[in-house]
Design a protein around this ligand. Sequence first.
Ligand code: OSB
Ligand code: MG
Length: 371
Amino acid sequence: MKIEAITLREIHMPLVHFFETSFGRTYSRRILLLTVYCGGVNGWGECVAGEDPFYSSEWTESSWLTITRHLAPAVLGRNLESARDCAALFSRVRGHRMAKAALENALWDAEAKQKNMPLWKLLGGTRNEIPCGVSIGIQDSVEQLLDKIQIELAAGYRRIKIKVKPGWDVNVLEKIRSRWADITLSCDANSAYTLDQVEHLRSFDQFNLLMIEQPLWDDDIFYHGRLQRELRTAICLDESIVNARAAAVAVETGACRIINIKVGRVGGFTEARKIHDICQSQKIPVWCGGMLESGIGRAHNIALSTLPNFSLPGDVSASKRYWKEDIIDPEVQVSGQGMIAIRDQPGTGYEIKEDLIERLTARKETLRAGA
Ligand code: OSB
Ligand code: MG
């Protein structure tokens, strides 16, 4: 696979509804898309970094510079056997995993197309449909949240996750549970609590949650282990699982019972698969997280979710929950049973709407081998 050129672009896409977490509210996304040109086949990738460095230290601007100054030059002009080879070429760059994943995953897409096979099969997937959940942000009122949950349950989603923070947690969970005693429910704190709040977090146990996601600091594993021993509810780690080694430490030390794998957060499909395998061997279920992706990142999440240990519903939901018009064709659709059917065409199985992408583009830069 000879990498001849790479185009990086920034597109702007307003969300259908704002998304609020414990670290802030997003109305519109600034998404980086990356295209790799490899002798007749193109691969597409998406950088999942946020508009601001609030979920993690990466953000749109840092990713743009990291890709154009460091990552693209490391692979341009090279002839790679497989997309897996680029992890080693990036190893000199510390961190910047979301930027690395955008490029590595585009190469996986190109490799799948070159081999004329679906990406999910190249990754080692085994499912022909995947179960879906939804992540519902903090709303202006509890009533508004209950209305949203009602809509998503009626649509067929198999797990509801709500965002929590101090002041929007027990009071909200009580109202949800009094209306729906038996739904599969979880919550995500995005690091909104500290160990001083163990008693408060223990009170979440009464709600029979599937899990509580990332209650403590984004870079912590050790104290999550201490907290897990105090709770009946399973802890799921998101932010702090930055690579396979972190996953191994978290599992070995009992810091969580479930892991959320986000392919961008861990630096690409190669590392995501390693985490999947570690968890599978230790009987820790995993699920695929989301980062308000456009159709390109979403299609990659779908492919990853076909691996066997993705046994819990992911935050991989329909295009229309996010966008008026998505940039892939067909858009991602979820059945009334809360499932996404896997497509068998080469690559992700979704066509790229290049004209639409062009209209959404705010800036674009093409880098070529030897230039
Ligand atoms: O913590 O899972 C998270 C969105 C942005 C940043 C962090 C998170 C999220 C979500 C949204 O929960 C999941 C989705 O894409 O629907
Ligand atoms: Mg999370």
